[in-house]
Design a protein around this ligand. Sequence first.
Ligand SMILES: Cc1cc2nc3c(=O)[nH]c(=O)nc-3n(C[C@H](O)[C@H](O)[C@H](O)COP(=O)(O)OP(=O)(O)OC[C@H]3O[C@@H](n4cnc5c(N)ncnc54)[C@H](O)[C@@H]3O)c2cc1C
Length: 371
Amino acid sequence: MRVLVSGAAMAGLSAAHWFARHSCDVTVVERAPRIRRGGAPIDVRGAALGTAERMGVLDRIRAERVPPRVPDDVVGPDGAVRARFAVAWFGDESPDDVEITRDRLADTLRAAVGDGARFRFGTEVTGLDQDDTGVTVTTTQGVDRYDLVVGADGLHSSVRRLAFGPEERFVRHLGLYVALVSLDPGRAWRPGMFNAPGRMASIRDDADGPLGMLMFRSPRLGDDRDADAQRRIAGDVLAADDVWEVPALRAAFRAPDSPGFYFDSVAQTRMPAWHRGRVVLLGDAAHCAALLSGMGTSLAMTGAEFLADAVRRSPGDLAAAFADYEARQRPLVRRAQGSVAGNADIMVPATAAALDRRNALLRETAAAVGA
Ligand SMILES: Cc1cc2nc3c(=O)[nH]c(=O)nc-3n(C[C@H](O)[C@H](O)[C@H](O)COP(=O)(O)OP(=O)(O)OC[C@H]3O[C@@H](n4cnc5c(N)ncnc54)[C@H](O)[C@@H]3O)c2cc1C
């Protein structure tokens, strides 16, 4: 079976591994010139730990996990330390969960594909034309034909747009944006978290270098994909905050060539079906649970295993295979998508009063856990 996977991140690399293992002829197209680097550490949790074990990568990701986090100082708008914060106090975490940097996990998943797939970087799907026997796929590099197309190309999936319709029908903005930037490792950064009403900035160093994060409340912004405009927006959100490490963080976000820059809306993908004919969606393209869930990577990994396994068992009846994939994956997605309510109020309180209440909650929680 000839399988085209669009997107070479957690979902696409996992899918490439599984389809190659089931003896499919796999091609992966990725819009970026190489596997995209950067991002805050992500969690491999719950059912995804079993998937990682069956992929043969669990020992490696356990060995490369980031050290357990110590609670961070929480700095208020005036620069004073108001409380301490650890994400584990609020997440649905278990001691088996593995937190690992995105780059290390991507390298591990890429190694698990080996030479089982051909990769075409700098390539994007621009047209899909399917009939009963296959899909004619136009990419920026040419035209080819496949038995199955897997859209693993993230929240702003092109495959989804081409096969199912415009993004606005499926992607729900949750009223927040996130920006990330890698920080100068030669400077001594003070780790912690800064909050003012409607915005949060943080600095962490999890072993691969210091990383700055910004989350802020905002209605949907127009075209949020021009990197220069995004850098300006991120810097402007912090324009009035001249305390703690914020001025240096603001400069890092604004720098035109800042490494590891990432900017996106915090959003969920919700769709009544993840397949149409011979085209199927996986990972954030199908069911982004939003960064606040901490579950996006785990869902991408389980979904890839369920999908490839279902297709292996029913290669002649893709509709049945896709129904099987959805039946196994949807309960995990429902739980993850339902888990984000309230997390925004913990991370980014909207008002000064909400910020005071959140800080009081942090102080009570710290006392309760003895931190
Ligand atoms: C650079 C980066 C940083 C991130 N940082 C964080 C973070 O800090 N915290 C967090 O919780 N989540 C983060 N995420 C999202 C997280 O990785 C995903 O939620 C999760 O791992 C599910 O992965 P996915 O493969 O479905 O989607 P994604 O990780 O979004 O990957 C989609 C891939 O498809 C590629 N792509 C997009 N459009 C096309 C196209 N038209 N054609 C071909 N390829 C395309 C993208 O370049 C990307 O490689 C980040 C994603 C990226 C890309």
